[in-house]
Design a protein around this ligand. Structure first.
Ligand code: EPU
Length: 345
């Protein structure tokens, strides 16, 4: 069914709309049109139409590429899928900027930034999902988080209908969280302005990345080399999306009390502890013997225990059952509660 230019479908299969590839349906889905930067009114026209519609009468949710979401059953509400991606560059002498439509893939943004020699995003290479979603959960990898690059975020407040430009501070970023994640259902992000450095200094703060560069004999990496090494390192640990469905890291790395971190460190001297008493969920899960195991058709990725995946035809419930079994064992063995990073619907 089509109203104006916004596409609306009912009982729509979500198999291709989430990277876990689980075959459930949404009662209704709206596809918003592209947010052309020159013609933002096209997108805003759809937003106006959306705000006038009855979507708030039932459950609703804004979705991006579906790379951090697990649907366990049919969604009895309205999904809102944001429009296509566009970008615009610019600078003010001190910094360089890219303004991108929320639907642009994060890796595409990184690729463009590397092409322009805008520095700072290269360590986020090969992250799945789109930039709007990256902002919602403040994605991070290899020593960089998206919050380090966000200048402003343009969003529509779906409760008041107000259009807002939020500063980095107003986004209230934290480890894998933000204002947008803390207020589900309130915000529709449609444009993100990212700020880049004009001078290149490789970020080698993440040990595994520094070690890999050393192993390859690269002492003074270029931006392009950083992108290549990060991409390869990442893919060496994660399932290829065309082979197996997954949502990347399924759990957050847990932050624990200093006393618990200290006592665990004494008992397990080889256990990684990051600044701020953050433990490695992958290590804990691995130590419980879960790496490479399956429960039903859901599995723990053999090369990175933090990643749960669909071994083929898996249901959302099977993923949840596996996650619960892992949480149970990690709590029993280490006294640590693991919290999902992925959004379970
Ligand atoms: N480890 C194990 N066994 C495992 C996995 C990890 O012992 O099966 C230990 C190792 O000691 C390893 C350490 O854990 O050195 C850290 O592993 P890794 O470098 O793979 O990082 P991570 O902490 O498990 C986080 C992010 C990833 C991100 C990487 C690299 C979270 C929840 N995950 O994983 O993000 O790519 O660091 O920066 O913070 C994602 O969020 O989807 C994601 C993939």
């Amino acid at each position: 069914m089509r109203y104006g230019d916004m596409e609306i479908y009912e009982n729509y299969s979500l198999k291709g709309l989430s990277t876990f590839g689980i075959d459930v349906k949404a009662r209704r889905i709206l596809f918003l049109r592209g947010s052309s930067l020159d013609e933002p009114f096209r997108f805003m026209y759809d937003v106006d139409e959306l705000l006038k519609s009855d979507f708030r009468q039932g459950p609703y949710m804004v979705i991006g590429e579906g790379s951090n979401i697990v649907f366990t059953k049919d969604y009895e509400g309205t999904l809102i899928k944001i429009g296509e991606a566009v970008f615009q560059g610019g600078g003010d002498g001190q910094y360089k900027y890219l303004t991108v439509g929320a639907r642009m893939l994060t890796d595409e943004v990184v690729r463009i930034s590397v092409g322009y020699k805008y520095y700072g995003a290269e360590n986020l290479s090969a992250i799945p999902g789109n930039i709007g979603a990256a902002v919602v959960q403040n994605v991070g990898a290899y020593g960089v988080e998206i919050k380090d690059l966000v200048d402003t975020v343009d969003a529509v407040d779906l409760l008041s209908g107000e259009r807002r430009t939020l500063s980095n501070e107003e986004c209230a970023f934290g480890y894998r969280t933000s204002l947008f994640k803390q207020q589900p259902g309130r915000w529709l992000i449609w444009r993100v302005k990212l700020r880049f450095s004009t001078t290149f200094k490789p970020n080698l703060s993440y040990k595994a990345l520094a070690d890999e560069l050393q192993r390859r004999g690269i002492a003074d990496p270029s931006q392009q080399q950083m992108r290549e090494v990060v991409t390869e390192l990442r893919w060496s640990k994660l399932p290829r999306p065309e082979e197996y469905g997954s949502a990347g890291s399924f759990f957050k790395n847990p932050v624990v009390d200093a006393s618990l971190a200290d006592s665990l460190k004494r008992e397990y001297p080889d256990m990684p502890v990051y600044p701020g008493n953050k433990l490695s969920a992958g290590w804990l899960i691995d130590r419980c013997g879960w790496k490479g195991r399956t429960l039903g058709r859901a599995g723990v990725w053999p090369k990175q225990a933090l990643v749960l995946y669909n071994t083929g035809g898996c249901t959302g419930q099977e993923v949840v059952d596996l996650a619960r079994a892992i949480q149970h064992d990690v709590r029993l063995q280490f006294g640590v509660a693991l919290e999902p990073e992925a959004i379970i619907v």
